[in-house]
Design a protein around this ligand. Structure first.
Ligand SMILES: Nc1nc2c(ncn2[C@@H]2O[C@H](COP(=O)(O)OP(=O)(O)OP(=O)(O)O)[C@@H](O)[C@H]2O)c(=O)[nH]1
Length: 516
């Protein structure tokens, strides 16, 4: 049984697992409008049924027969170390030239915006000491020339990057694996959010519940810093001048941005003048306002389901400044696609940085996705894209994910490169469904939007992936993205783990922000 994560439903040809519990179900099981079913559904009963169903699913999937279990235990001893090791990637094939800029750490937490004048860091600034022949404990021949030394350093650096790329997600995966131990408050909250969207208790998985909890936890800082206070003010009735100022400063602090803030205040004020709403209804109205901003970016209506189209090659180009989580996003998207039964391929077209290719390969290994890369020096990213499309076409791939360079020396280079890639795509795959997704780091708040502006000018952007929503008090930037950039948010990342990225749902986002 395959759950399509993009469409948030089981694939049509397959029927969902039979419901184990004859508990009451929501009256409206079809695409119900959020909130409409509120009174009709007994959420506790719904949550219990979902809980029971998940436990049964987990038992079926996780509990092996005693024979298999023994074998698994035997194997575990051998397999565990491998699992904790970073995925093995082929020998480094990319040999950047001496002139090619060397990468900063993949785990760099404070990426800088693209700068026209800023020089890229050069190899000589690498912090690692040069290998000294005398102290080398390994009997390997010591590198003698500058090039050999540089190669060795680069190899060590890449190994470090590979380790980092797989180390971080692990605790998340471990945390997620067990079935829920109790029907706790977190579970009840997630169940209610799903039930209110018309979902059936026999159709939800533990992963969905876990994701909602992750989102809710991730947005905790924004919620505590902003929304709780906002709720208190809005719940008091008509907004007087002081209340307006307070709401305004709360929204701006959460990086909601001036435009979206003005819009929220205007509409709230108008509504509260019109009728005096009890606090609960005022909050419901506020939620609706936020959903509207997110669902109609730039005033335009977008299809809220964002999934690879059937029977056509889908090409998703990922753009964004280094460090925002582009590579990680590609890995997570490949994982999501594979899980949802799409045939996926990755094109490593960030040839500007050698390590970027290696990082993508690590994610390819990790997710079982082939990566098309060019092993030559200073390769043309458009040529990589050409090869990737050829491979995708011959392999009947559904989704080709293309990694692109984030920081070229200047805007013109970036523009030239992205438009060349686009030309190749249009020529080589004229029927493909192309999406250009900008990856934005939520922790950068409004600064991230300034970067976005540059990309919006050079790439034909069609959507945004908002990463690092976990642990930031700037979750309000999602509203600024919709309002200021006029682009729909397609995916959100709330953690470093492979599972920590999901299609964006304005309803779930706003619930996690306000009612979480
Ligand atoms: N907390 C958190 N960290 C994230 C998220 N997405 C990515 N990261 C981390 O952000 C760091 C940078 O991610 P990358 O995927 O390497 O970013 P990039 O944009 O490809 O940058 P370069 O590797 O420099 O090209 C890594 O440490 C990731 O684990 C997220 O949603 N939450």
């Amino acid at each position: 049984m395959v759950f399509n994560w993009f469409r948030r439903q089981f694939n049509r040809s397959e029927s969902p697992a039979p419901s184990p519990a004859p508990e009451p179900q929501p009256e409206q099981q079809e695409q119900a409008e959020p909130e409409q079913t509120e009174e009709a559904v007994d959420y506790l009963a719904w949550a219990k049924a979902a809980y029971q169903n998940i436990q049964q699913q987990e038992q079926q999937e996780v509990e092996p027969s005693s024979e298999v279990e023994e074998k698994a235990e035997e194997l575990e001893a051998d397999v565990t170390p491998e699992e904790t090791e970073p995925a093995v990637v082929p020998e480094t094939v990319v040999e950047p030239s001496e002139t090619e800029p060397v990468v900063e750490s993949a785990t760099e937490s404070e990426p800088e915006p693209p700068s026209e004048s800023e020089p890229e860091p050069v190899m000589e600034t690498e912090p690692e000491p040069e290998p000294v022949v005398e102290s080398e404990p390994e009997p390997t021949p010591a590198p003698v020339s500058f090039l050999e030394r540089a190669k060795a350093e680069r190899g060590a650096r890449l190994e470090e990057l590979k380790e980092k790329a797989v180390e971080a997600p692990e605790p998340e995966e471990k945390r997620r694996s067990p079935a829920p131990q109790e029907l706790d408050e977190d579970f009840l909250w997630s169940a209610e959010v799903l039930a209110k969207q018309g979902r059936r208790p026999d159709e939800v998985s533990l992963e969905e519940i876990n994701w909602l909890q992750q989102l809710r936890q991730g947005l905790g800082k924004t919620r505590r810093g902003l929304i709780n206070q906002l709720k208190a003010v809005v719940g008091q009735g008509p907004l007087n001048e002081d209340a307006i100022l307070e709401v305004e400063s709360l929204l701006l602090q959460a990086d909601v941005g001036v435009e979206a803030t003005d819009r929220i205040i205007e509409q709230l004020q108008a509504k509260l003048r019109e009728e005096s709403l009890p606090p609960e209804q005022a909050i419901a109205y506020l939620k609706q306002l936020l959903c509207d901003i997110l669902d109609y970016p730039g005033g335009k209506a977008y299809d809220t389901t964002f999934a690879p189209e059937q029977d056509v090659l889908n090409i998703w180009m990922l753009t964004g400044v280094n460090g925002v989580g582009k590579t990680t996003t590609i890995g997570k998207l490949a994982h999501l696609a594979n899980k949802s039964d799409y045939q996926c391929l990755i094109g490593a077209a960030d040839t500007f940085r050698a390590a970027a290719v290696e990082q993508v390969k690590v994610w390819g290994e990790r997710t079982g996705t082939d990566v098309i890369a060019n092993p030559g020096k200073n390769t043309d990213p458009a040529a990589v894209v050409y090869d990737a499309i050829t491979a995708a076409q011959s392999r009947n791939v559904d989704l080709l994910l293309v990694d692109t360079a984030g920081r070229l020396q200047n805007k013109k280079n970036l523009m030239d490169e992205l438009s060349k890639i686009r030309r190749i795509i249009d020529k080589k795959a004229p029927d493909a469904k192309v999406e250009s997704l900008l990856v934005l780091d939520a922790t950068l708040g409004q600064n991230g939007l300034r970067q976005a502006q540059v990309f919006a000018e050079v790439a034909q952007l069609s959507g945004v992936v908002l990463t690092k929503l976990d642990g930031t008090a700037k979750g309000g930037v999602a509203l600024a993205v919709s309002q200021q950039l006029g682009l729909p948010i397609r995916f959100i990342g709330a953690g470093e783990g492979i599972e920590d990225l999901r299609p964006f749902s304005s309803y779930e986002f706003v619930e996690a922000l306000i009612s979480g």
